[in-house]
Design a protein around this ligand. Sequence first.
Ligand SMILES: [Zn+2]
Ligand SMILES: [Zn+2]
Length: 210
Amino acid sequence: MSENKTTLKVKLSGEDYHDIVIDWEDETCEYNQQIYQQLAAYTGIPIFYIKNSYILPGNFNIPFGLENTDYLWRFTRPPTVFDVNERNRSRFNDGDCFNLRCCTYICKDQDQLFDFAVDLMASSYCNDNGCNIFWCQHRNTRAYLDKMIGIVKNTELQKKIKAQLPVQFTQASDEYKQLLTDYNIRQQLHGRCIYTSGPRKCRFYAPHRG
Ligand SMILES: [Zn+2]
Ligand SMILES: [Zn+2]
């Protein structure tokens, strides 16, 4: 691999690794947009529905966040572009392997009800044949993800749900949970993990999530 390119290996549960190549000399877009374009292509999630990512690197390195600048409801673009590339270059190593963790969140203030976070969890912390606090083998399969994408793309369904929601609500609100149950999508969006036998916990902190 050229020294100006970094290859990350990512996968969904039960699949082979897929290469994501960051070209640090590509000046047509930021390095994180190269990642999001390729993540969107691999996962099938439309790029404008992906808000951000939590990156858990291996070897006890500090987790960090990435923002998708093609996110549909992004209000501000970062003022700096290419200096970020340089700053983040050392955070990824050529050949790093990640298991993908795809989660839906509420984006309350928009017509759309849900968006996605696509998290990159170092494969060394994930158990491909089980579940742990970092990653669930059952909730990160393509079959499960396809159902989530179907719900997020279903604008009619979301309009109906939004119309019945109170002005103030959170993912923990009884009204919200009941509506998802009524529409039979609660399990698809916030399914239970066998390991934790509780609602799927997607992250331990939400980078830039307001
Ligand atoms: Zn790709
Ligand atoms: Zn699980």
